[in-house]
Design a protein around this ligand. Structure first.
Ligand code: CLF
Ligand code: SF4
Length: 492
């Protein structure tokens, strides 16, 4: 049986020529399909460094996958949003890590995944504890994987406390992407988030603990930037504690040279057994997250497409194929075969050029629309940059803001799947409506009349008229049809 390469909804035999032919047949491949240069606000050198990293480039997350190996279980601080029995909340959604790995097992798993998931471009170590505190295992894993698969990008996530001790080794190992979670730059605020840190052979508590953590985080950030390593700062948004303060955090990390800032909502549930969960601290709503993100525009560039993945996640952001690659399912021995990843990359190089060109065309079309409102549009997609998923199959919607100024990605909203085996779930539908707060229209590959009518009754339009279009092109076409030729409707 021919193996399959998946590019979102596209499935094709593993021959690049066949895949291009298949794309061309569907009207979406072209040898002159436009520039594949990076965003206009980035140098070509910088684009080269981020263009295959699904977290550092929003555009890349349509095409490329990351995997995490859970080799670092120990941690040197306590966050009030974390319970050690669960994934690191800095980089994961709550849920136990399926299995903790030693470096031997991790190397085997990475090779097995690289052979099966051609989208794989990044290996991250994000816990389930702290990758720098458990440095020996982190380092050994990265070094051994690099020997086997030299083109895999190495990515590290840390709370920053032990980071300054290892920056030189990080630079020597060519780890080009490091994330530091910084939730506060004021130790008084930090003290409400961190009950203790373990540093210099003793446990520190209160404001002093947060002060030490902050100093180490800022030192680590400076040291990484001085070595030209790309630093992303993650911040957990905790309403009433650090939400307004994150504007200051954004300014401070920009001054220190952070490349990207990722503001993530607190995930808080009593069932997770965290301090915040048990004391009723709520997480922010999607609209609260968006409002804060909008306020910090102009500061450090924002990441808005984070999925708060597990510390053992595998796949494109938003999907998790980790359960396909547990140790008991792996063959006795594995050896790396680069063929599928190489082939996939050559196809993506062509396809993303067309995607970039359609974005530009969509922007030009929208500029023709006059006096139309700013709207949020939710898109059902399985990846690949297209509107290619049925409404009832969506487990998340990607949300875009559209105006005459263009189409901008603003985030994703996770939902419970509505349709199971042809039947819609009432409870899931209610949850979707609640989650789509602020959204005016849903674009998807297919939607039944019943859910479409029900959405309409709560003021949300839904359409499958742009099925399989590139997302930006589909949104622009829908918007222009709604508002471009009928300006009188705008005041209705
Ligand atoms: Fe992993 Fe983090 Fe590297 Fe990405 S995740 S270590 S930077 S490869 Fe990405 Fe996941 Fe968000 Fe992290 S979506 S939680 S930001
Ligand atoms: Fe948990 Fe990560 Fe915080 Fe450590 S740094 S306490 S593992 S969330």
């Amino acid at each position: 049986m021919a193996q399959l390469i998946s590019l979102g909804s596209l499935k094709a035999p593993t021959s690049a020529a066949k895949m291009r032919a298949s794309l061309a047949k569907s009207g979406c491949a072209s040898s002159s399909c436009g520039s594949s240069d990076g965003p206009a606000d980035m140098s070509p050198e910088m684009w080269e460094r981020v263009k295959d990293h699904p977290c550092y480039s929003e555009e890349a997350h349509h095409y490329f996958a990351r995997m995490h190996v859970a080799v670092a279980p120990a941690c040197n601080i306590q966050c009030n949003y974390c319970n050690r029995k669960y994934d690191c909340a800095n980089e994961s959604r709550p849920g136990v890590v399926s299995e903790r790995l030693d470096p031997d097992q991790a190397v085997k798993k990475v090779i097995a995944v690289a052979n099966e998931v051609p989208q794989l471009s990044v290996l991250g170590i994000a816990g389930p504890g702290d990758a720098c505190y458990d440095w020996r295992k982190t380092k050994e894993t990265f070094e051994r994987v690099s020997k086997e698969i030299p083109d895999l990008k190495l990515c590290l996530s840390t709370n920053g406390l032990a980071l300054p001790d290892y920056v030189d080794e990080i630079a020597d190992m060519a780890i080009d992407h490091v994330t530091i979670t910084i939730n506060a730059i004021d130790p008084e605020i930090g003290a409400k988030i961190y009950p203790w840190v373990f540093y210099d052979h003793r446990r520190w508590t209160g404001v002093e603990a947060s002060r030490i953590l902050l100093e180490r985080q800022m030192l680590g950030l400076e040291m990484l930037v001085a070595r030209d390593i790309l630093v992303k700062v993650n911040s957990v948004m905790i309403p009433g504690i650090n939400d307004a303060h994150l504007i200051e955090v954004n300014k401070a990390v920009k001054e220190k040279g952070a490349f990207l800032h990722n503001i993530m909502p607190l995930i808080s549930d009593p069932a997770h057994g965290t301090h915040f969960g048990l004391t009723g601290q709520r997480g922010p709503t999607p609209m609260e997250v968006k409002a804060l993100q909008d306020k910090v525009e102009g500061g450090t560039k924002l990441m808005r497409h984070c999925r708060q993945c597990r510390a053992d996640a595998v796949g494109i952001l938003g999907e998790d194929r980790g359960q396909e690659f547990t140790m008991d399912q792996l063959p006795e021995t594995v050896s790396y075969d680069p063929a599928r990843r190489e082939e996939y990359r050559s196809v993506v190089a062509t396809v993303r050029g067309e995607h970039a060109a359609t974005k530009e065309a969509a922007k030009a079309d929208l500029a023709e629309v006059r006096d139309a409102p700013v709207l949020l549009v939710a898109v059902a997609t399985r990846g690949g940059g297209r509107i290619n998923l049925h409404f009832g199959h969506a487990q998340e919607f990607q949300v875009f803001e559209v105006s005459p100024g263009g189409v901008t990605f603003v985030g994703h909203r996770k939902v419970e799947q509505y349709c199971h085996g042809g039947h819609g779930e009432e409870r899931a539908f209610d949850g979707i409506v609640e989650t789509l707060q602020g959204v005016s229209t849903v674009l998807c590959a297919k939607i039944g009349e019943a859910p479409k009518d029900r959405l309409e009754k709560v003021g949300i339009k839904a359409s499958d008229a742009h099925a399989f279009d590139w997302i930006e092109a589909g949104i622009a076409a829908w918007y222009a049809a709604e508002y471009g030729t009928q300006p009188a409707m705008l005041t209705a």
